[in-house]
Write a protein that binds this ligand. Sequence first.
Ligand code: ATR
Length: 277
Amino acid sequence: MTDQYAVIGNPIGHTKSPLIHGLFAKETGQDITYTAIEGPIEPADAFAATVRTFIAAGGRGMNVTAPFKLQAFAIADERSERAALAGAVNAMKFENGRIIAENFDGVGLVRDIEVNLNQPMAGKRVLVLGAGGAVRGALLPFIAARPAELVVVNRDVRKAEALLAQVASSDPLIACGYRELDTMGQFDLVVNATSASLTGQLPAVAPSVFSPAGAAYELAYGKGLTPFLRLARDAGVQGIADGVGMLVEQAAEAFEWWRGVRPQTQAVIDRLTVPLE
Ligand code: ATR
């Protein structure tokens, strides 16, 4: 029987995952199906029941998107270190009735920045805006990239401090508020991992945080030139990008984890790219 995979979320109509995994399967010659499932919000245990039904019908793996990333974490039998720190899961593998859980959002992001955008983080000053779920998922891959300094700024500073306190690292990790940024100089890479762009808002960063030779990365995808990217562009930053590459790279990580073969990503990224302007 053809191996079955799916993405589960609610709403799910906007998802690009079936397209991405369909293109990966074609390119690598893997015989799989990949569908989109609108998961039930209520009752509370309905999500788990939907996953179990999918497994019983021959499901081999699932991607998980909002609002189920925490519930997927809760039902897992095994969790990777990345998923454990994030407290959230974006990919599951089903083996012998067990649910094995991963979180590839952060590795996908780091790979997009380092490989596709050619901005290696080692030895660089990196600034991350926000301390929500997106940053929790990305923290370990960011630290593994060995930046000279990793500054996590959040309106609610305690949230940034609590996040950094969870990781044991000898690297310089700094949690701070937006006002303190004024004295911190320029950063080689600035990543907007807040949800501000979803409502057209701009986190309170000054143009002086950007290094023109560096890069600015917006996690949101398909929103065009967000206020954050516009600020970076007007500050003369050469490398500006949104999260399309992250979306495709995290999918590639999951595909390789499930199928043991690494798909090419660039053609898929090109196909999904929405011009910023
Ligand atoms: P999720 O876990 O889904 O990512 P979240 O935990 O609500 O969502 O995180 C959203 C992040 O965006 C938070 O870091 C939030 O900052 P606070 O924790 O201080 O609220 C940040 N955020 C949202 N809107 C923002 C804005 N206009 N300016 C700056 N940060 C913003």
